[in-house]
Write a protein that binds this ligand. Structure first.
Ligand SMILES: NC(=O)c1ccc[n+]([C@@H]2O[C@H](COP(=O)([O-])OP(=O)(O)OC[C@H]3O[C@@H](n4cnc5c(N)ncnc54)[C@H](O)[C@@H]3O)[C@@H](O)[C@H]2O)c1
Length: 256
């Protein structure tokens, strides 16, 4: 991958999958903004790769707009945005719902992707196009019993990407999701004993998938990543339409 002359922004860039991807993008020649609420780690990594630390809580409405503005100002352009920060639910999401926890996971896993994409699009248009990749999960493609809230947020990311992809393709902006299975990162460290004997992805495997998506992702595709398998776009099954009908109408809001 040759990214010389390109500028990237990675959220949740200070740890795990984000960190591996920051290193990968920087090694390919890109300048990288590391957005993370862990200020110390973001700064240390940014210093190491010659990038820029962008501290803050990406779940806040103006944080993503600020991160995009600062990165674009500093780098003179923005070509790649990896919306990767995420947290787990920490509760079943079925009984005794902890409202603050519900709002928190929706904020980080869903709001941040929506705020991040809407902030990134004008900057990418100014650059003549580019790539937006959101980290969903295999839990965005199937139910993950045990963490219903996490599953709900990742399905939301998959749905958003699938709809936004075709809408932005005409601007030369390719929007994709990466959907990893369980990966050995601090996110699952608290439950590590439960994965005894189960093959886990390395953060680097997911960075490989991000690289493949940058190389050949088509608008709206959601790529699964599983140990021992080549990452590839997930093949969604079509839904039944009304019997005997024509293709569905275009309900784009831009027409209204
Ligand atoms: N590890 C897995 O098994 C796995 C599997 C599938 C998908 N994912 C997804 O991959 C992404 C990265 O997770 P990871 O496994 O690398 O976890 P991680 O905990 O190692 O990294 C997540 C990073 O996001 C940052 N972050 C969290 N909330 C933030 C906020 N509000 N503002 C700014 N930064 C914030 C954290 O500080 C951390 O540096 C997440 O979206 C996660 O849901 C992880």
């Amino acid at each position: 991958m040759d990214l010389k002359g390109k500028a990237a922004l990675v959220t949740g860039g200070a740890s795990g999958i984000g960190e591996a991807t920051v290193r990968r993008l920087a090694a390919a020649g890109a300048v990288v903004g590391v957005a993370d609420r862990d200020v110390e780690k973001a700064r240390a990594l940014a210093d190491e790769v010659g990038g820029l630390a962008l501290p803050g809580d990406v779940a806040q409405p103006d944080a993503m707009a600020m991160a995009v503005d600062i990165a674009e100002d500093a780098f003179g352009r923005l070509n790649i945005v990896f919306l990767n920060a995420g947290i787990t639910g920490g509760q079943s999401g079925i009984e005794n719902l902890d409202l603050a926890g519900y709002r928190r996971i929706m904020g980080v896993n869903v709001d941040h992707v929506v705020f991040g994409l809407t902030a990134a699009v004008p900057a990418l248009r100014r650059a003549g196009g580019g790539n937006i990749i959101a980290t969903a999960s295999l839990a965005g493609l199937t139910g993950m019993p045990g963490d219903a809230l996490y599953t709900a947020t990742k399905h939301a990311v998959v749905g958003y990407v699938r709809a936004a992809g075709p809408m932005l393709a005409g601007d030369n902006i390719t929007v994709n999701a990466v959907c990893p299975g369980f990966a050995d990162t601090p996110l699952i460290a608290g439950a590590k004993d439960r994965f005894e004997g189960f093959p886990l992805l390395r953060a680097d495997d997911v960075a490989d998938a991000v690289e493949a998506i940058l190389d050949r992702g088509e608008p709206g595709e959601c790529w699964y990543v599983q140990p021992g398998r080549e990452p590839a776009p997930y093949g969604f099954r079509g839904v039944p339409g009304p019997k005997g009908s024509q293709p569905p109408p275009d309900v784009s809001w831009a027409d209204h």
